[in-house]
Design a protein around this ligand. Sequence first.
Ligand SMILES: *Cc1c(COP(=O)(O)O)cnc(C)c1O
Length: 459
Amino acid sequence: MSDSIGPEPYKFKMVEPLRQTSREDRERLIAEAGYNVFNLRAEDVYIDLLTDSGTSTMSQFQWAALLLGDESYAGSRSFFRFQETVTNITGYPYVLPTHQGRGAENILAAMLIQPGSVIPGNMHFDTTRAHIKLKGATPLDLVIAPGLDPEDCHPFKANIDLGRLEGVLQEHGSRKVPFVLITVTCNNNGGQPASMENVRSAAEICRRYRVPLFFDAARFAENCYFIRTRESGYQDREILRIAQEMFSYGDGCVMSSKKDGLVNIGGFMAFSDETLYRQACGLAVIYEGFPTYGGMAGRDMEALSVGLQEVLELPYLRFRIEQVAHLAGRLQEGGVPIVLPPGGHAVYLDARRFAPHIPQREFRGQALVVALYVEAGIRGVDLGPSMFGEEDTATGHEKYPDLELVRLAIPRRAYTNAHMDFVADSILEIYHNRVNLRGLKMVYQTPILRHFTCRFDYA
Ligand SMILES: *Cc1c(COP(=O)(O)O)cnc(C)c1O
């Protein structure tokens, strides 16, 4: 067997037509959208790589499972099936469904975070950062140095810096650090994985300081696939067994089911400890719902139970990761600066090296996102200053993040490799004409998660 990418390990039973627009249409549409692709209508997008969140194609088994949904308010059969599935994968017996990952984050933050708390992690996701800051606490990103270098080919660029973690725990102790959060895989630096060894060592440190360790598990299966292929000792291990070992080092998890749950909505949290779970239930009834449905319909819990099992199947995961690598490889061959090695759910363009002629203050990542839409009808997203930068309210100056990346997230089981080749060809074309890329200025913004609603104009 060759190592090259094989065909999809599934075929299509239902199709959704795509609509091509003209360049003139797209120039008008993006101007009307304030040069923010979140404001476009999805119909006006040809290939939508905005996110891998909630955009998965469900399998025939998931669609069939929907019909088995038990919509009882309390104690529904669908909940118990879901709980059993999550407990089998994570080992955590206490499972609480929520409407999305951020619903779980909200409850975790309300339970454990105080004003002045410090929350160390490898690299917090944007909604996680927002929840921590809303509670008056400080999110700390302690990813290893190679994790911040787009050209460094370290196999586990989401590893947490163990020395710095220990330093933070030594300085602040369990009184100021209510928990440590490891995000697998790490979206902000390229969909990069953490190694089993790193997770195990981080857990040992946390235990010594009596601080619980949680996972943000949105893409846990993709992380486990990287462990299987890159970490010695795991080559012949079932993905399920790898996941079980990883979760065994933590005290619980929050999860956005919209990623590796292979469903379009949902989330959950799970704990090994009953006291934490009881506390979470108390908040869930206010913010989410009764603990056996949380924020989910019974049928959605059924589809999620199936999705969580399908996402661990090797043929699925192998194709998934190789499809992302295929797009990355085509771009790399053409000299396009991307984050290496390619991650699990997306290809990330390095806007700094792609458009060095545009100054940082002119949102070069966003400029690239706009060009991708105008040239080809492709929707990506800027993970640079528009998302992670912020206006310093005291000085009015921008604070810039470490990385300026444009993410092309690949929805699960949705697009073919022919689509990926179209995306690659379009980006190569833009790259050859990159001197024509034009910078932007932000003309409207909100204080929290501004990237969703901000508006731009050409600088
Ligand atoms: C998507 C995501 C979240 C938030 O989940 P939602 O379901 O969008 O609310 C949190 N963490 C990570 C790593 C994510 O990818």
